[in-house]
Write a protein that binds this ligand. Structure first.
Ligand code: HEC
Ligand code: HEC
Length: 477
């Protein structure tokens, strides 16, 4: 969302924002534009899975609990929550601020910025195929016992989103649309922490990535013997052989989802004291799906490219007492692969076959929040309240909610934005708007003069600490 979108959509939660002072970021949570027809998460992530996900080793690692299966309405609610800035204390960021679809739901920054600008202690994990981790534990150090536990943690985390759950439930209940989304998902409008967690977990579990070039090879061949020859280039094929052979990569990055079984110490450092992770410098590793588009790798985001990762495994593994057995030679020393440059390039090329552009651009996972021009109060409807807000801010400049054309000043041009959209709702924006250019007259010149006078008085009042008592300005519409 651009700054314009943020500004124009803002202030649905003006009162909420004030309640959050002094650190109100003044950014809009906006309103979601959901399609009228149900989006088919169950089809995408459950019933239409290819057989190499629906059966065999991958299916065996599915951590979906019996009491929170993916439903279309549950994942739809989860999507709105995932992209809703209301989840952070100052309405400044959403889950998607640190988990972006274009990077496989990771972050291309080494560390991510939290709601007050503080940096996260570790690199944001990519979320592709989070459902396929048999131990069902989450975070690099596995401190969350389930995904349902995990998803409430960033909301309350002091650096990440800093939100009080009691307050969040009230904020959600005050919108026009959350009660209905909860009703659809869970049978009543009641908003509870468990329901918020359940919906977010359903959405995250629905992020299954299975339409890459690699998957094509499995589907043409069999689960046991994918037909890499028919699908891959010679270079990708060499990379695949190294990955499943002398590189030993598949010892840990296993199954057709390339998910590790348990946390391991890979010898990033000789001394693990900077971060012990899950203990003894061991870290969980997520599916390698969409690694190509991530931008940063490892729990501390130390590597910026897949080439650096490969060079690390080739020559950089550090000895330490907890180093994984798979990364030691028979003699006990850290493994050195001694690959040629062509072989290193091939390993990278193979990992790039795990990129799934359908997943990375699918509407199932995209941002549902829309910009509704003229909706200065951010309640999803362009109406008289927005006009009043425009009037209130007339003549002001800076980071303003009524600055509909984003030129830094609230003036007549912003009235035009309001007027041209009067009567629209966020639903119109979602479904392709009809014409709304309405018959609202321009404000009279007397009104403009009056508003200008009020604006100038407002500026001087801010400069002078004690304004004259008699100065009262009010302009009739
Ligand atoms: C300010 C950035 C930030 C925000 C906002 C954020 N996350 Fe994260 N997320 C991270 C970081 C950093 C990690 C890794 C932390 C760790 O492992 O110690 C992480 C880890 C995760 C994981 C673990 C994945 C795995 O396989 O173990 C999940 C799931 C997740 N986040 C979901 C969410 C959800 C859902 C939200 C919104 C409610 C959210 N995140 C908001 C930064 C963020
Ligand atoms: C002993 C098990 C093991 C072996 C063998 C192994 N890996 Fe890893 N891999 C891991 C673990 C654990 C991590 C996460 C470590 C961390 O962040 O501290 C990881 C991280 C990665 C990452 C970064 C993932 C991310 O989300 O940031 C890539 C890419 C990767 N490995 C590729 C490879 C390749 C290529 C090979 C073979 C040359 C290989 N791995 C061999 C266990 C292993």
């Amino acid at each position: 969302m651009g700054s314009k979108a943020i500004r124009t959509a803002m202030v649905w939660s003006l009162s909420v924002c004030f309640a959050h002072q002094p650190d109100c970021a003044g950014q809009s949570p906006g309103v979601p534009a959901l399609p009228t027809t149900t989006q088919d998460y169950v089809g995408y992530a459950v019933t239409n899975l290819p057989s190499h996900f629906a059966t065999g080793d991958v299916a065996a690692t599915d951590n979906t609990p019996a009491d929170n299966p993916i439903t279309n309405a549950g994942a739809t609610l989860g999507r709105v929550l995932f992209y809703d800035k209301r989840l952070s204390h100052n309405d400044g960021l959403s889950c998607a601020s640190c988990h972006q679809q274009s990077t496989g739901f990771g972050d291309s920054n080494q560390f991510s910025e939290g709601f007050e600008g503080g940096l996260t202690g570790r690199h944001s994990t990519a979320l592709s195929n989070a459902a396929y981790y048999e131990r069902g534990r989450f975070f690099w150090d596995e401190r969350a016992a389930t995904l349902e536990d995990q998803v409430l943690m960033p909301i309350q985390d002091a650096v990440e989103m800093g939100t009080d759950l009691d307050q969040l439930r009230d904020e959600l209940a005050a919108t026009d649309y959350y009660p209905k989304l909860f009703q659809d998902a869970f049978g009543s409008t009641e908003i509870t922490n468990d329901r918020i967690a359940g919906a977010l977990a359903q959405f995250v579990r629905s992020m299954v990535s299975y339409q890459s070039k690699y998957d094509e090879a499995v589907e043409i061949g069999t689960i046991e013997e994918p037909d890499f020859q028919s699908v891959f280039t010679a270079q990708e094929l060499l990379g695949q052989q190294l990955f499943h052979g002398v590189g030993r990569c598949s010892d840990c990055h296993t199954t057709h989802a390339q998910v590790a079984e348990r946390p391991q110490n890979i010898g990033l450092d000789a001394d693990n004291s900077a971060d012990e992770g899950a203990g003894n410098g061991r870290f969980k590793v997520m599916s390698l799906r969409n690694a190509e588009v991530r931008g940063r790798f490892m729990h501390d985001g130390r590597f910026a490219t897949l080439e650096e990762v490969v060079e690390f495994y080739n020559s950089g593994v550090q000895d330490n007492p907890n180093l994984a057995g798979a990364l030691r030679t028979n003699g006990g020393t850290p493994l050195q692969l001694n690959l040629t440059q062509a072989e290193k390039n091939a390993l990278v090329a193979f990992m790039e076959t795990l990129t799934d552009n359908t997943f990375l651009t699918s509407d199932l996972f995209s941002d549902p929040f829309v910009d509704l021009p003229g909706d200065y109060t951010g309640d999803g409807v362009v109406d008289i309240d927005d006009y009043n807000r425009w009037k209130q801010e007339f003549g002001q400049s800076g980071d303003l909610w009524s600055d509909g054309n984003d030129d830094g000043t609230v003036n007549l041009a912003d009235f035009t934005v309001w007027r041209d959209n009067l009567g629209r709702t966020w639903e119109d924006t979602a479904f392709g708007a009809a014409l709304f250019a309405s018959q609202v007259p321009e404000p009279s010149s007397a009104l403009i003069v009056c508003l200008l006078a009020a604006a100038i008085w407002g500026v001087s009042r801010r400069r002078a600490p004690t304004p004259p008592r008699s100065a009262v300005v009010s302009c009739a519409a």
